[in-house]
Design a protein. Structure first.
Length: 117
């Protein structure tokens, strides 16, 4: 899955719900939700909240295979942990190798946070 498919799933999840109402349910601002729905990359905190709401595995969205989780908690339950406020530039161009490295870094950080649990 990629960010375009993620955006489509987000729109489908929202359904007929208004953007302001849906943003309150998920816990992100309407402007941020709108940007993500248009295909822009969310920050880590937003990404985590949206994955948790849609019950999606972040590894699947980031297209990471063979991720070994050392915690019995699913990856989407990271909302209880503090998530760094990292932002990616909107419409940033990144090589597939760099994107994979960033995705692996995100998942490693998430696993570390869950282990501290």
């Amino acid at each position: 899955m990629n960010i375009v498919k993620f955006s489509a799933l987000l729109l489908k999840s929202r359904g007929d719900c208004g953007i302001r109402e849906f943003s309150k349910i998920v816990g992100v601002s309407p402007a941020t939700l709108s940007r993500v729905e248009r295909g822009n990359l969310p920050d880590l905190e937003t990404f985590t909240k949206l994955c948790a709401y849609m019950k999606l595995d972040p590894a699947e969205i980031l297209e990471i295979k063979n991720v070994e989780q050392t915690s019995s908690k699913p990856a989407v339950n990271a909302l209880d942990a503090q998530v760094p406020g990292v932002h990616f530039k909107a419409k940033a161009q990144m090589s597939p190798g760099a994107a994979k490295a960033v995705a692996e870094l995100i998942l490693a950080a998430q696993t570390f946070i869950l282990q501290r649990g």
